[in-house]
Design a protein around this ligand. Structure first.
Ligand code: RRO
Length: 306
């Protein structure tokens, strides 16, 4: 589908024809699924967060739908950074849409090693996943809970990376602005927020056990949107670097709300489950309808509210 020129955006070093981003983890472990999102209107794609070695993730069930939300504990399943980057190479042979390579390390040294791999790839940005809520039993509290850890890891990767560095932050903190500032001061080029909320728990009362095999899982979908909007709003007041806003965005109105909160790009993840892969084209059209209604000729004309 030909996109309206009104949706054209520039984010750091790359331009695209839509502000919509496929975030890490929803349907992006293969180049084919990233391509599918682009064919259906996504302007940027993120590969599932990769670790140094492959991981099979948690045993099923790993996802569950509840009223207004989804809960997931995939357990960081990924093919490992080398295979992951091969998927990005295959994608880049077919599409010039910007790609974010998301990586997950247990510590600073692993993040630096991962960034060496990403340096040698055709990815356009590196995302540091500092905020997976589902692997605390193995790795402890997510790294983005600590300003010092965030500064240390972002600073080390920034020194080593030839690509813009994006830090993915958690909503599960009382000091998201302090953490965002720590990332910015350490050299982050942008932020991605929010990772999933919680984790939470759902109990099957007939089986008398948790629905998710790992017991707890991160929460996404429409119910988390007010949390995401509030945190993006607070963080964009506190920092000067751009933010990719995500969390429950399902419609064009939601995307516009996220931009009015201060987001430069908007992630659309769980909404693929609710509205199908066409969700990207649908949201693109809904944004254009809004622009026409209010008399704006570009999505970049939607300003952050005070
Ligand atoms: O794989 C997961 O369980 C997962 C990850 Br890495 C993440 O960053 N956020 C999430 O909700 N799930």
């Amino acid at each position: 589908m030909e996109k309206s020129k009104k949706l054209s955006v520039k984010f750091l070093n790359c331009k695209s024809d839509s502000p919509l981003v496929l975030p890490a983890g929803i349907m992006d472990v293969s180049y084919g699924s990233m391509l599918f999102a682009v064919q259906n209107g996504a302007g940027f794609v993120t590969m599932k967060s990769c670790t140094l070695e492959p991981r099979s993730g948690h045993a099923g069930p790993v996802v569950c739908e509840i009223e207004g939300a989804m809960i997931n504990a995939m357990g960081l399943c990924n093919p490992g950074i080398e295979k992951g980057l091969e998927e990005i190479e295959k994608f880049k042979k077919e599409s010039d849409v910007p790609v974010i390579s998301s990586v997950f390390g247990a510590n600073r040294d692993e993040f630096v090693k991962l960034s060496n791999y990403v340096n040698d790839s055709s990815a356009d940005y590196i995302e540091l996943n500092l905020s997976c809520p589902n692997v605390s039993s193995e790795f402890g509290t997510p790294l983005s809970a600590s300003k010092e850890m965030v500064a240390d890891i972002v600073g080390a990767v920034k020194k080593n990376s030839r690509l813009p560095v994006l830090a993915k932050l958690s909503p599960n903190t009382h000091d998201v602005t302090g953490i965002a500032r720590a990332a910015e001061n350490a050299g982050a080029d942008g932020l991605v927020m929010i990772n999933t909320l919680g984790p939470g728990m759902v109990i099957d009362i007939n089986a008398r056990r948790p629905v998710i095999s790992a017991k707890f899982g991160g929460i996404s979908g429409p119910a988390v949107k007010p949390v995401a909007v509030k945190l993006v709003y607070q963080v964009t007041e506190a920092v000067g670097i751009p933010v990719i806003g995500m969390g429950g965005v399902t419609t064009g109105s939601d995307a516009i709300e996220m931009i009015m909160a201060g987001a430069s790009l908007v992630g659309v993840g769980t909404a693929v489950y609710y509205r199908g892969i066409e969700v990207f084209n649908r949201i693109n059209s809904e944004i254009v309808e809004y622009l026409d209604k209010v008399g704006l000729d570009s999505v970049t004309g939607i300003k952050r509210i005070d």
